[in-house]
Design a protein around this ligand. Structure first.
Ligand code: PEP
Ligand code: MG
Length: 838
């Protein structure tokens, strides 16, 4: 390999890669190089070479130089979402080019308006093979100027790479406390004495064996299966030594469950006592009695180096195609939630940059499986580093895809679907969506995982399958023996192991009562909802799609109290236009057959990102540009949405609700846009404009807001998050973020009181409305409308019919004086055992 000089491919300001506002580039996940802030509008070849691929969105190109260096030039950031608009490509895949040849031209003004940043990274994707001599940065440069020189790292490295051998060994962790700091340190120390690259694989993740932190963060515990791998000349010796050290237990060995325990023993073996009661976090409500079955998955080992590149490319393509075909077939039918999860997996699978990264690794000699795993690992790391707990849950989806493709590649597909006995409560460390979907749902009664989060796709799927589920119940889950009797009370977040006869009987009784109550509630779903003492309470449904609207009407919902429009805006490259939105809203209005439809304006931002909204990175997105702030930041979106709502007939069926309001100025700004839109469309019928009470500020000035808002709806999810200063997506806090905290209840009481000064109705549309223990308190506070998921409507209506306002008011008064959410729950359970036990 010879030295290679790269020239400046585009006129502009040379900038260090660290300044790219995108971790994938700034942290050099795709390779090392620099970035150019363009003043020119054509990207040129920086050297002679061959075009590997032009991205189908025309914003990025990869090039291979004659000395093997490969580079990616990526015009702007997040420009994939432009879908080619504003780009003109001058070359095609496989074409030889000369230094200075134009590759892609672009409309710099258009991109400046639409893209998150124009910064154009130029990165060497196989940078590890070169020493890079760079020109000074932070200065302007013209096309053809010197940019950098790539000096291949000696032949020794290449020879070593070519002659690399690999080895691996599978074993279980005998250390009683798993791989904690001390064993991790000893493994890393030993790994460093070998030249081979060593790693430990567990739960589909890989940790560099030389890094104690990486090893600890695998979270492997006693009894978990791991694989020790190594690549390099002394790979075999490294694997033997490391596996030997671990197998020896480092002085902390405890018998493994399947190991024969020799008897008689002088001293009892060190054994962990299986837990009798585990506390986790509810991921899908319900109660189940069943027998334990642990789902274990073993790590999939893939060799680092494969056959020739063409064979590995074919294998990778075939495996990706097979998984895609399977996902497409599965996504063609089934419940909305399941289809949404599958669609998310398909979108990841079709991510062109992911596929390009894997193909590029294969071109460099890696096996298809290794390339796939490594490419996904970049994304996983990037998501982890963002530190956003909800995005972190998408990591499960990526790991799931990694697993699905690797299972096809290795031909080991039996791992996907174990045979279940009838009446099983599934226990697992973590569960992937595809694993849950592959199980025979008819035999499952519930599930409980040691880790995981309540907003993961597995949680959403479990709820859609009516499967009670608990997550984050801790490592004790994995100590429960297969076949043990269990009571899973997902509402309380508890898993009781080997319950005694009395506990079993009580649970059976509750299950039976619950079943009967549910059937009775369903049978009465369409009856009026009036309390026992004659107060009219409306029970409506929260919707996100036309299909939801039809389901809601069938469940007896009296309309829609919250239509979350953002779901129409997510997972697409451009926002829906006025006609498309109008058609959707009209269809929902028709599915509700004249019942009221409260449409919430776009609540995007925070954890819900859209590619076409270039919200700059925020340290604290929940407190950043979201809800009405986005609508006022991009008023054309608001105007389009309001016009679409105004077009729905019959006029007056739709009401408009604005999220994340903190003050009258925002409400007035929205009303001004609404008034303009009405004038444009000639809509003379008054349209109700209400606000969500989700911020402490809005609750505190409810009396002032009530003067100009037509109605209030309390978003208890966000109100709780902001009052308690607890991130609603943080798993660690999931057990403590309770909307029945007296602090939150006092905000709600103030809201009702403020609204009543101007005779405004206050409803609750957050998750609290579906919490049966909360319903009597809400009624007692003066709430007259509840809006909940359609499936919850019949039981809420049934509960309301059984209540009288007097005792509800007494309970609410006591709750406002309580000192904790637990106390409030206790008070509710005492006053209304029905709600708490339901
Ligand atoms: C809420 O915050 O309670 C609410 C209903 O809005 P969302 O859950 O969509 O943020
Ligand atoms: Mg909200």
């Amino acid at each position: 390999m010879s030295n290679l000089v790269l020239t400046v491919p585009m006129a502009g300001w040379l900038t260090p890669l660290d300044e790219a506002p995108d971790a994938v580039f700034a942290e050099r996940m795709l390779g090392d190089g620099l970035a150019i802030d363009p003043t020119g509008s054509t990207l040129h070849a920086p050297c002679d070479g061959t075009i590997i691929a032009v991205h189908r969105a025309r914003h990025a190109v990869t090039l291979r130089a004659e000395n093997g260096a490969e580079m990616l030039m990526h015009i702007g950031l997040d420009t994939v979402g432009q879908d080619g608009a504003g780009f003109e490509v001058h070359v095609r895949d496989g074409q030889p080019v000369r230094s200075g040849d134009p590759l892609i031209s672009f409309d710099i003004d258009l991109l400046a308006r639409r893209a998150r940043s124009l910064l154009t990274p130029v990165v060497i994707t196989n940078a590890e093979a070169f020493a890079i001599v760079r020109r000074d940065q932070d200065q302007e440069a013209a096309v053809g100027d010197f940019l950098m020189e790539l000096r291949p790292l000696g032949a020794a490295v290449a020879a070593q790479e070519a002659s690399q051998t690999s080895a691996d060994r599978r074993l279980r962790i005998p250390m009683l406390h798993g791989v904690h700091a001390r064993p991790a340190g000893r493994i890393a120390q030993l790994a460093k004495t070998f030249a081979a690259e060593t790693a430990i694989l567990a739960f589909e993740r890989s940790a560099n064996a030389r890094s104690p932190i990486a090893l600890m963060s695998l979270g492997v515990r006693h009894g978990d299966e791991i694989v020790v791998t190594a690549a390099g000349d002394d790979a075999e010796a490294a694997v033997q030594a490391i596996a030997g050290l671990i197998a020896d237990g480092m002085g902390e060995a405890a018998p493994l469950a399947a190991d024969p325990i020799e008897a008689p023993l002088e001293e009892p073996p060190i054994a962990t006592t299986p837990p009798t009661l585990l506390q986790g976090v509810c991921a899908a409500p319900g109660l189940a009695i069943g027998q334990a079955m642990r789902l274990t998955t073993s790590a999939i080992v893939v060799p680092e180096f494969g056959a020739d590149a063409a064979t590995e490319q074919r294998a990778l393509q075939a495996a990706v195609d097979a998984v895609r075909a399977r996902l497409e077939a599965a996504a063609a039918s089934g419940p909305t939630e399941r289809r949404a999860v599958l669609a998310a997996h398909l979108a990841f699978l079709e991510d062109p940059e992911l596929i390009a990264a894997a193909r590029s690794l294969v071109e460099n000699g890696k096996s298809a499986g290794f390339a796939w795993r490594r490419s996904l690992a970049h994304y996983v790391d990037a998501l982890r580093r963002l530190g956003d707990s909800r995005l972190a849950e998408r990591i499960d989806d990526l790991i799931d895809l990694e697993r699905q493709v690797l299972l096809v590649l290795t031909g080991d597909e039996t791992q996907g679907s174990p045979v279940l006995p009838q009446g099983v409560i599934l226990l697992a460390d973590e569960l992937l969506p595809s694993q849950l979907m592959a199980l025979d749902a008819g035999k499952l009664r519930g599930l409980c995982t040691a880790r995981g989060g309540p907003t993961s796709h597995v949680a959403i799927l479990a709820a859609a399958m009516n499967l009670p589920a608990i997550v984050a119940a801790g490592p004790g889950v994995l100590q429960i023996a297969d076949g043990a009797g269990l009571i899973l009370d997902a509402d309380a977040g508890t898993l009781r192991v080997a319950p005694d006869a009395a506990a079993l009987e009580a649970a059976q009784q509750r299950l039976a009562t619950r079943g009967e109550r549910r059937m009775a509630a369903r049978a009465a779903a369409h009856q009026d909802c009036v309390t026992a003492d004659g107060a009219r309470i409306e029970v409506m449904a929260n919707l996100a799609s036309v299909a939801d609207a039809a389901a809601a009407a069938g469940q007896g919902a009296e309309g829609c109290g919250l239509m979350r429009t953002e779901f129409l805006f997510l997972d697409r490259a451009t926002p829906p236009g006025e006609d498309e939105q109008a058609a959707q809203y009209q269809a929902m209005a028709e599915a509700l057959d004249g019942r009221p439809l409260v449409i919430r304006t776009l609540d995007i931002g925070g954890d819900k990102a859209a590619p076409y909204l270039p919200i700059p990175p925020e340290d604290n997105p929940a407190m950043g540009l979201r809800g009405v702030r986005v609508s006022l930041w991009r008023p054309h979106l608001l105007r389009t949405q309001l016009r679409a709502i105004l077009r729905v007939t019959p006029r007056g069926q739709c009401r408009i609700m604005v999220p994340m309001i903190t003050g009258l100025d925002e409400l007035r700004a929205v009303r001004a846009v609404l008034d303009d839109a009405r004038a444009e469309l000639g809509v003379s019928t008054p349209v109700e404009l209400g606000v969500m009470i989700e911020t402490p500020a809005a609750a505190a000035i409810a009396d002032l807001l009530a003067a100009e808002a037509d109605f209030f709806s309390i978003g208890s999810n966000d109100l709780t998050q902001y009052v308690l200063a607890m991130d609603r997506g943080n798993h660690e806090l999931a057990g403590r973020i309770d909307a029945l905290h007296p602090g939150v209840l006092r905000m709600m009481a103030g809201t009702v009181e403020g609204g009543s000064r101007h005779a405004r109705q206050t409803s609750v549309c957050g998750s609290l409305a579906a919490d049966l223990a909360a319903v009597p308190i809400l009624l007692g506070l003066g709430i007259t409308r509840l809006s909940a998921p359609p499936s919850a409507v019949p039981e809420i209506k049934a509960l309301v019919r059984s209540l009288s306002l007097g005792p509800c008011r007494d309970l609410a008064a006591q709750a406002l004086q309580a000192t904790s959410a637990q106390d409030v729950r206790r008070l509710s359970a005492q006053a209304f055992p029905f709600g708490a036990a339901a």
